[in-house]
Design a binder for this molecule. Structure first.
Ligand code: GMT
Length: 379
């Protein structure tokens, strides 16, 4: 099938999921067209079935806000006509489902039918999309999609709670492509990050408020008092500066490494002994799954879709949002003893195995067929 994928090209989970899915579909023989404003960060373009089309928004002084949705929907129309794209898969409702629907209607005028699958990722529903300024447009574009998927059962329920949705929502969890996921454990690289006797604790996110970055630091502060360790903070975002200050204030600045956005996430996770994800809300928690896929146990909050990913007492532990004491004592329990740590590492890897990409891509392929049959029943 010729599939157009629309996503955010940045380090966020929705873009990563869309990119990895596209690459896997291409490996299965589908022709994949990524349509977005810059090349997705994890996209490996060197494949005959992978194409990237940049959406360019010309700056025009009359516009206070440059109209990305307009440029995207026009680009979608052009690309569908030029490449014979048969189906659109949009990741993140705002504004992708909205622009996708406009493209669909424009193409309809020319006798071209374009099925559209929309995947909801979380913040498009629970945070941004729920704002009264966006809500009617988000509900409209979800209801107008031919197939709607969400990345967890929890997000599906949130969507029904927050919006008036008449559509069936299919839960298709996020996944790990183990063939691409490098498990790096060699001691040499590890020693560049920490001393031999130290454990490595990691956090990866976009450092927004919802990630509760101060909790990461507070949990680590308690852990390092009991277990010699270093904290590696991966990512960039608005809370980073405060986090650096908090480390100074707590006197642990030399034990915390802020490494910014990284293309070596697999390596960092491979060296890690513990991953901390204390988020306020999280539809899935892809970063936690990626950690587990590297054999890194997870200390997380028990919010949203995280309990569908991190299994209590097996791949790690879950606590109420903000319960830094419990998170720290669970972390210490895992890290204190070599045997416990290696048991949790094995279990984390085993848990991640439940999310292997192969099964999930097949689910998406079946849903594409369903959308196609719905929109083009006679072909
Ligand atoms: O977490 C973020 O702030 C980024 C956001 C995104 O759209 O990339 O992540 C959301 O989608 C990810 C991929 O499906 C999920 O793993 C994250 O849990 C979800 N974030 C939230 O719900 C806060």
């Amino acid at each position: 099938m010729k599939i157009g994928i629309v996503c955010y090209p940045t380090f966020g989970g929705s873009g990563v999921v869309a990119t990895e899915l596209g690459m896997s579909l291409a490996a299965r023989g589908h022709e994949i067209h990524f349509i977005t404003y810059s090349q997705p960060v994890r996209l490996e373009l060197l494949h005959k079935n992978i194409h990237f089309h940049e959406v360019f928004v010309p700056e025009y002084p009359l516009f206070h806000y440059q109209p990305y949705e307009l440029a995207l929907s026009s680009k979608l129309v052009d690309m569908v006509k030029m490449h014979g794209i048969e189906l659109l898969h949009v990741h993140y409702a705002i504004p992708h489902a909205y622009a996708g629907y406009m493209a669909k209607k424009m193409l309809e005028e020319e006798g071209i039918k374009l099925p559209m699958v929309t995947t909801l990722h979380g913040t498009d529903i629970t945070l941004v999309g729920n704002h009264p300024f966006y809500k009617p447009a988000v509900a409209f574009s979800i209801n107008k999609s031919d197939i709607v998927t969400s990345v967890s059962e929890s997000l599906k329920q949130d969507t029904y709670t927050h919006f008036d949705i008449k559509q069936e929502i299919y839960v298709v969890p996020n996944f790990i492509d183990f063939s691409r996921h490098e498990i790096a454990t060699h001691a040499k690289g590890r020693l560049r990050m920490a001393d031999e006797n130290e454990r490595i604790v990691t956090h990866i996110s976009n450092f927004r408020k919802v990630k509760r970055i101060p909790d990461v630091i507070k949990v680590f502060y308690r852990i390092q008092k009991k277990v010699p360790s270093k904290l590696i903070m991966v990512g960039e975002g608005p809370e980073k500066e405060n986090a650096e200050q908090l480390c100074e204030d707590l006197g642990i600045a030399e034990k915390v490494l802020f490494v910014g956005n990284s293309n070596e996430v697999d390596k960092i996770l491979g060296y890690s002994d513990l991953f901390i994800l204390p988020s306020e809300t999280e539809s899935f928690g892809l970063a936690a799954l990626e950690a587990m896929a590297s054999g890194t146990p997870v200390i997380s909050s028990n919010t949203g879709g995280i309990p569908e990913v991190n299994e209590q007492g097996f791949s790690g532990f879950l606590s109420d949002v903000g319960d830094c004491d419990e998170m720290a004592s669970n972390g210490i329990h895992i890290l204190e003893n070599d045997e416990t740590l290696s048991r949790f590492k094995e279990q984390a890897l085993e848990q991640a195995g439940k999310f292997a990409i192969e099964k999930i891509v097949t689910i998406y392929e079946n849903l594409y067929q369903k959308a196609f049959d719905k929109v083009c029943p006679q072909s």
